[in-house]
Design a binder for this molecule. Structure first.
Ligand code: NAP
Length: 277
C-alpha cells in the first residue's frame, strides 16, 4: 500500500510523515514546491507516476484573516480548485482519499454539538472555500473521507501552543479570549485517525475529529502555561478584533469517529503528551 501526502511541509503534513515513518508504511510526500495542487496537469502527472493507493490531503490555504481580502483568490484556488484536482485524480487513479476540512463550515451559533449531518453555514471566506472543497470531493465520486477538524496544534509549524510559549518568555501577564468555545486538536491524534479510517475500512463520508472535551482559548492557554509563573487573564473577543468572523461556539460531536473504534484523548491529555513527549 502506497500513501501520497500533499502539503507535506504543513503542521499536519509533517506529522503524517513522522507517523507513517514510525509505522514503516510506504509513502511519498509532496510539499507545495514539488507539487502545486492548483496545477491540474502537475497533479495528474504526479498521480500517474506515483500510482498511490491512499491520498492524505493535508495541503490547504490556512490564513483565515488574509483569505478575506489579499489572499481571497489564493484561498479559493488552493482550497477549492486544488482540492478538486486532488479528488479528481484520486478518482481517476482508483485511490482512496482522506481530505481535511474545518469546523468553520458551521456558523458557531448553536448551543449544542455539531453533527456531521447538521446544516452548514460558513461565515468567513476560508470556511466558504473549505466547504466548496468538501463539495468538490463529494462530486468527484472518489472513495473519500472528509475529516473536519478544529484548533490544530502540534510539533510542526506555527500554532497557538508555540505562540503562548513564546509570549510567555517576555510577558509576565497574558490576556486571552474567553468567549469562544471549541475543541483543540493535536496533529498526532488527527494523523492517527486518518490512518485509522483507512485501516478499519470505515464507511466513506464526513467525520468530525478533534480531541475530546471543550475549552475556551483562555482555558487552553492556562493549561499550556500551568507550569510557569505567567498570569493568564480572560478577556472578550471584542478586545482582540480579527478581520475574519470567528465562531463563538464551535464544538463538533465526536460520536461518529468513536463508533469506528477510534479512542480519542481529551485535549488536556493530548496537550500533556505533546508537551512532555
Ligand atoms: N490549523 C488549524 O487550526 C486548522 C483548523 C481546522 C482545519 N484545518 C485544516 O487542517 C488541514 C491541515 O492544516 P495545517 O494546520 O497543517 O495547515 P498548514 O500548516 O498551513 O499547512 C498547509 C500546507 O499546505 C501547503 N500548500 C499551500 N498551498 C499549496 C498548493 N497550492 N499546493 C500544495 N501545497 C500547498 C502549504 O505549503 P506552503 O507553506 O509552502 O505554502 C503548507 O505546507 C488543512 O486542510 C486545514 O484547512 C486546520
Amino acid at each position: 500500500m502506497k500513501y501520497l501526502i500533499t502539503g507535506a511541509h504543513g503542521q499536519l503534513g509533517q506529522e503524517l510523515q513522522k507517523l507513517l515513518r514510525e509505522r514503516g508504511l510506504t509513502f511519498v510526500a509532496y510539499d507545495s514546491k514539488a507539487l502545486d495542487i492548483t496545477n491540474r496537469e502537475a497533479v495528474m502527472a504526479t498521480f500517474k507516476a506515483e500510482q498511490p493507493d491512499v491520498v492524505l490531503h493535508a495541503a490547504a490555504y490556512t490564513k483565515v484573516d488574509l483569505a478575506e481580502d489579499e489572499g481571497r483568490a489564493m484561498n479559493w484556488q488552493v482550497n477549492v480548485t486544488g482540492t478538486k484536482n486532488i479528488a479528481d485524480a484520486t478518482k481517476q487513479y482508483g485511490a482512496k482519499l482522506v481530505a481535511v476540512s474545518t469546523d468553520y463550515v458551521f456558523d458557531g451559533l448553536n448551543v449544542g454539538e455539531y453533527r456531521e449531518t447538521d446544516p452548514v453555514n460558513p461565515r468567513n471566506a476560508y470556511g466558504r472555500a473549505k466547504l466548496a472543497g468538501e463539495l468538490a470531493v463529494i462530486e468527484s465520486g472518489a472513495a473519500a473521507y472528509i475529516v473536519r477538524t478544529s484548533w490544530v496544534f502540534g510539533e510542526f509549524g506555527n500554532n497557538f501552543v508555540y505562540t503562548m510559549q513564546r509570549l510567555a518568555e517576555s510577558h509576565p501577564k497574558l490576556t486571552v479570549v474567553n468567549d469562544q468555545l471549541g475543541r483543540p486538536t493535536w496533529t498526532r491524534t488527527l494523523a492517527e485517525f486518518m490512518l485509522h479510517l483507512i485501516a478499519v475500512e470505515a464507511t466513506y463520508g464526513i467525520y468530525h475529529l478533534s480531541n475530546d472535551e471543550t475549552a475556551t482559548w483562555f482555558d487552553f492557554a492556562k493549561e499550556i502555561l500551568k507550569d510557569t509563573t505567567v498570569v493568564v487573564e480572560p478577556v472578550t473577543s471584542a478586545e482582540f478584533p480579527q478581520k475574519a468572523y470567528r465562531p463563538k461556539h464551535s464544538v463538533m460531536n465526536l460520536e461518529k469517529a468513536k463508533e469506528t473504534g477510534f479512542k480519542i484523548p481529551s485535549w488536556r491529555e493530548a496537550l500533556k503528551r505533546f508537551l512532555y513527549r
